[in-house]
Design a protein. Structure first.
Length: 319
């Protein structure tokens, strides 16, 4: 059975003259269930700097931040203890800052990661540590809504800078756990396998794809793969953008044209960016619908002062 002590904070108070000292009761997880010890806060703080082994573990679990803060200065503090403190919501900015600069753990990857993932860590400390973190840990950070926006944006830039040098296998794995901005960047810098994984990502949205298709620098391979993708090629907005692209296969273009609204076909026909090879197919579709290539001009009505006074009359005339 697990013998790790558990605690219950009763907010007890010892009154000695004018002083009030909060206490905490630690209850052992043994079958006897006896109270292991009960100490005033001042005693726990004092013990935090000299405790050893199991006693020190009990102290760093103390919910009072002062006790935990003093435990970080204990010479018996181990790397696992420091990581445990850094992961706690109760850790203060001062405690996290002290652990970040502790020379005993300057080579500890686990501690750097725990400090960066704690929302209470000052951004300047996290920003100094992100250059040491592995790519998948960075990916977890940018998806955490609890961390500061400035940190997530900086981490996103770091990831994007590393993408060109990544092996294809790492890019594929990253595409499965990255946010939408990184997924779009992976598509732009990836091969067929990477692009395919990105297109299946649950974080990718129609808006991001539409923006990508409207960029002149979008790779032909990406255009062809979007056009052939069963999910994205069925979206109306994506189809509209694909019709305008030179590298969309003509078999797909003719299929998309058949399902477009007449007004949108007329808009596409008059678009100067439309590939010349596509225009005849739009013209033929409009002719099949007994439509011209001209767009209907909006009728403008000039309202006189009399119309302002009697709006019902002008409405009768329109009818």
């Amino acid at each position: 059975m697990d013998s790790t002590p558990h605690y219950i904070h009763h907010e007890l108070t010892h009154i000695t003259g004018q002083r009030k000292l909060s206490s905490i009761i630690f209850i052992s997880n043994t079958s006897s269930g006896k109270i292991k010890y009960m100490l005033p806060l001042s005693e726990r703080i004092k013990a935090a700097r000299t405790a050893e082994a199991e006693e020190l573990w009990d102290i760093i679990r103390d919910p009072h931040p002062e006790a935990t803060s003093n435990a970080t200065m204990n010479g018996n503090l181990t790397e696992d203890m420091a990581v445990f403190i850094a992961k706690r919501n109760a850790a203060t900015q001062e405690t996290l800052g002290f652990l970040a600069g502790d020379v005993r753990f300057k080579h500890s990857y686990k501690l750097k990661l725990a400090i960066c993932k704690n929302p209470k860590t000052p951004p300047r400390i996290s920003l100094a540590f992100i250059k040491f973190l592995r790519i998948f840990d960075l990916s977890d950070i940018i998806r955490s809504r609890h961390l500061p926006v400035i940190l997530r944006q900086k981490v996103e830039l770091v990831i994007k800078e590393r993408i060109p040098a990544m092996p294809p296998g790492i890019k594929v794995a990253l595409a499965k756990r990255a946010n939408s901005n990184v997924v779009v960047e992976l598509m732009a810098k990836g091969d067929k396998r990477v692009i395919s994984t990105c297109l299946d990502s649950p974080v990718l949205t129609e808006e991001y794809l539409h923006r990508m298709l409207n960029r002149p620098a979008t790779k032909p391979l990406i255009i062809r793969m979007i056009a052939a993708h069963p999910q994205w090629s069925s979206r109306y907005l994506i189809r509209f953008a694909l019709i305008r692209k030179f590298h969309t296969p003509m078999a797909q273009v003719t299929k998309f044209i058949d399902g477009m609204k007449t007004a949108d076909l007329k808009e596409l026909y008059r678009d100067p960016k439309l590939p010349a090879s596509t225009r005849p197919f739009i013209y033929r579709e409009l002719m099949d619908r007994n439509e011209t290539t001209e767009t209907a001009e909006e009728e403008i009505f000039n309202l006189s002062d009399e119309a302002d006074e009697n709006p019902g009359n002008i409405w009768d005339e329109i009818q």
